[in-house]
Design a protein around this ligand. Sequence first.
Ligand code: ZN
Length: 233
Amino acid sequence: MFSVRQLYDLQLLDWDIQSHEQDLAETNSKLADDSARVAAKKRLDGLEARLGELGPARRTAEAAVQQTEQKLAAIDNRVYSGMITSARELAAIEDEKTALQQQHSDQEDELLTLMVDTDETQDNKDKAQTSFDSINSRRQAELTELQSSHKTLTDELPGLYERREDVVDDYPPVALATYSMIAKQRGGQAVALVERDTCQGCRIALARTELQAVRDPEKIVQCGSCSRILVLA
Ligand SMILES: [Zn+2]
């Protein structure tokens, strides 16, 4: 003999299935979402590439400074050698020296900028490495946990589906169709318990006739307000 209460048992089972399915969907989306780790790696790679560019640029700038210093030293040697006797030649050398000194100063500024940039980039790279390491190890631990949940959920779900098939096997088709229709309309809850003369689905007090009808365990009675199938608590 079919009792309406069996629809409540079915609802508990369906809720269990729904919760498994939701957990599995969440687990799958978390497993697929590697965005934090990818972003941290991208930042680290970018800083490493920048350091890779700064190294040669700094060496080039250092060489340029040295070259200018050598030229300046050569000029000084010529001036102090006493070989230059013409005032015009001396003036030309002084002009050349002034121009080289300006160039030397500009080159030193450029080198200093590159050194500061290198220090800052190195500092940022070290921080990015620490951040990546921490995100990476957290993600590894999370993945282990997620894979374990995924396994548990996928192991349990087939058993639940099978149980549902067994459970509904001897339910009258009309009861089952009514249940499915209301479940679809009412956010997955087709059955509501009656407590203190109130439908627990919509929290609205039931009419005397509804309360009397609900006492018949074989009769499907729907709440006048939310249309859920009523079952005495
Ligand atoms: Zn109701």
